[in-house]
Design a binder for this molecule. Structure first.
Ligand code: SAM
Length: 306
């Protein structure tokens, strides 16, 4: 390629934007609309990596001529955040649960919990706005409090999969006492959860397994709520088995995400370090009022650790 390549024509065609930015904007506009959009997003992902490869090749051939043309818009991050705020934040926060839901929410509020009730609005709304034809996955349900809010918010639109070993240990038995429940260590909690949830409608599957045996079949996940995989081994398992299936536009709620601030122990920072490293895939959305839980929006499907 000669140095006289007609770059001015290319610049004219693109204005100030790069191919990647235009593709990403199309991607944003399509998030969470329909099953077809999932396919469009996959294709856009492919097109973005092709554009990046092409950019590297062009720079390789003619570094000087193309250096400006392929540069990222320095305001890209700000622009993207502004668009996402408009699309998600406003719709998410403004959604009100009317009388139809209120009675069910009152019943759900009576189920013993270890934090789920404190983030009931997140669970209700995230389950309500979950992308079409994706699954909701909850890892660690305890007695079904969070599951109840997911069922209410989702209104039977999506399939809900609940993973837990459904086995009470001594510390859980102790916590149950606060709710005046006599839960003996070693109790199989699945019948209790089923009973707690019998008043709520929905398409729910319980998977009674230990975390390290949990596997996901591969269908797209639109919402992942995790209250189990906190240490390095457990989190790595979730990263490999669940995270790559959460679609762009999907959400992830990590309970106890900010626990490390209280303990300052490095292994409690496992999820935090991961999210810091993968900011391009996961956008931090908010922190719960009591400060421990975090919600993320999947910007770009995670394709595994390189
Ligand atoms: C912190 S509790 C979940 C509390 C629930 N999110 C709430 O707020 O009410 C964690 C749940 O995960 C289960 N669990 C803990 N370790 C597990 C493991 N290794 N495999 C499967 N389930 C596990 C516990 O039995 C418990 O039901």
């Amino acid at each position: 390629m000669s140095n006289n390549f007609p770059i001015s024509a290319l610049q004219f065609a693109s204005g100030k934007r790069t191919i990647c930015e235009v593709l990403r904007e199309i991607n944003d506009l399509h998030q969470g609309q329909s099953k077809e959009d999932l396919k469009i997003r996959e294709l856009l992902d492919e097109a973005i990596s092709m554009a990046k490869k092409m950019s590297r090749k062009l720079l390789h051939y003619n570094k000087k001529a193309f250096s400006k043309f392929w540069e990222e818009n320095p305001n890209y991050e700000k622009d993207l955040n502004r668009r996402l705020d408009l699309k998600y934040k406003i719709a998410f926060e403004k959604f009100a649960f009317d009388e139809k839901y209120k009675q069910s929410i009152k019943i759900a509020d009576r189920i013993p919990h270890m934090g789920a009730k404190n983030i009931q609005e997140w669970l209700l709304r995230a389950a309500h706005f979950v992308p079409e034809k994706t699954a909701i996955v909850e890892i660690g349900a305890w007695l079904g409090s969070g599951t109840a809010y997911l069922l209410i918010g989702n209104d039977s639109k999506n399939k809900i999969f609940v993973y837990d070993h459904f086995f009470a240990n001594a510390s859980e038995a102790e916590k149950a006492k606060r709710f005046k429940i006599d839960l003996k260590p070693g109790t199989d909690t699945l019948p209790i959860v089923r009973d707690n949830l019998k008043k709520f409608k929905g398409n729910i599957t319980f998977i009674k397994e230990k975390l390290l045996d949990m596997e996901w079949g591969g269908d797209p996940i639109g919402l992942l709520v995790d209250d189990v995989s906190k240490g390095p081994e457990a989190w790595n398992h979730t990263v490999k088995n669940f995270l790559p299936h959460v679609v762009a536009g999907g959400k992830i709620i990590l309970m106890d995400y900010f626990y490390f601030e209280k303990t300052e122990r490095p292994h409690h920072k496992t999820q935090y370090n991961f999210m810091q490293k993968h900011k391009k895939n996961f956008r931090f959305l908010r922190r719960s009022a009591d400060g421990s839980e975090a919600m993320f929006l999947v910007l770009k499907k995670f394709r595994g650790e390189k």
